[in-house]
Ligand binder design. Structure first.
Ligand SMILES: Cc1ncc(COP(=O)(O)O)c(C=O)c1O
Length: 317
């Protein structure tokens, strides 16, 4: 039976191990920045979240869709005028080296971070020094995957013309942090965010799918979402499972009448939402389509399904 990620909470402090910084692998304890750093002051960085899953039977650690994540990082960098002297393929290789140096035999979360490293006051993007770091940490589930309560947030999702949603911009995460914080303070697990036109955009750090009459529906990339890599993978899984997929705007009230709703993201994985605004989704339990997708997904990510071996890159040779 395939499992969701196993390991410590995402709230643990990250203090040990090796990372990539200043063009080399070094102890995490030595990878520090000055308080004057532009990205620390203005949020002028962009990042990725990648998972690597341990397959105990094979003695192998698999990075999940690593190349796609680095291609997206380079797109984010283009939007922020960050120039990295690496190709996406080279970044995958460096990540494998960092994971191997840490000798992980468990599930791991990987955080590449590209940022404006200049120690200057001027608010701008051009003419600043760019830096790249990659750090890693053992991590289990980011949220429960079997039944979350969500609220439609009164915090609006940032729009493309404010801070581009399709770039994973460091400073932009204030937006989902405010939404999640308010949701949790009100007794919910998760926030669903609407875009400025009042339609569903995505969740706080994951894309959103609903199921209606057996069809999978998710919002288009023009709904101010991050163009999710898990989202794309789920569309592929659905096609193989012959589940119809519709990519179209979703109204708020469709959330109330959907048969199933789930989150899709590298951190969240495939996480069922069983209530929204205190209304049960469907019958208020994990739905059949979500459960089927989870079953295939959690095998694929550990390199246990030959059909999806191109999703994973082995770390150990
Ligand atoms: C705002 C936001 N949306 C969606 C996602 C899901 O994207 P992915 O599946 O590429 O991890 C994430 C996670 O990184 C996110 O932070």
């Amino acid at each position: 039976m395939a499992e969701t990620a196993k390991g410590p909470s995402p709230k643990q402090e990250i203090t040990s191990g090796y990372c990539f910084f200043k063009g080399e692998i070094m102890p995490l304890a030595d990878a520090n920045v000055n308080i004057t750093t532009h990205a620390l002051n203005y949020g002028t960085g962009c990042f990725e979240g990648i998972r690597a899953y341990w397959n105990g039977e094979q003695g192998q650690l698999y990075m999940l869709k690593a190349l796609e994540h680095y291609q997206r990082l380079l797109f984010s960098c283009r939007i922020l005028k960050i120039q990295l002297p690496y190709t996406a393929e080279e970044l995958v290789d460096w990540t494998a080296k960092v994971l191997a140096k840490n000798e992980y035999r468990e599930d791991v979360y990987i955080r590449p971070l590209a940022f404006k490293g200049s120690q200057v006051i001027k608010v701008t993007l051009a003419g600043l020094r760019d830096e790249l770091a990659i750090f890693t940490v053992p991590m289990g589930d980011y949220v429960s995957t079997s039944g979350l309560s969500a609220v439609v947030s009164n915090w609006q999702r940032i729009s493309d013309n404010m801070i581009p949603s399709r770039a994973k911009v460091s400073g932009a995460y204030i937006n989902p942090a405010l939404a999640t914080d308010a949701a949790v303070a009100d007794g919910y697990d998760e926030a669903i965010m609407l875009s400025s036109d009042g339609q569903v955009s995505e969740a706080s750090a994951a894309n959103l799918f609903i199921v209606r009459n057996g069809a999978l529906i998710t919002t288009p990339i023009t709904s101010d979402i991050l163009e999710g890599i898990t989202r794309r993978g789920i569309v592929q899984l659905a096609e193989h499972l012959q589940i119809p997929v519709e990519i179209r705007p979703i109204d708020r009230t469709e959330l109330y009448i959907a048969d199933e709703v789930f989150l899709a993201g590298t951190g969240a994985q495939i996480a069922s939402i069983t209530s929204i605004d205190r209304r049960p989704v469907g019958d208020g339990t994990l739905g059949a389509v979500t459960a089927k997708l989870q079953e295939v997904y959690y095998r694929a990510v550990r390199g246990m399904d030959d059909r999806y071996l191109d999703w994973v890159t082995p770390v150990y040779k």
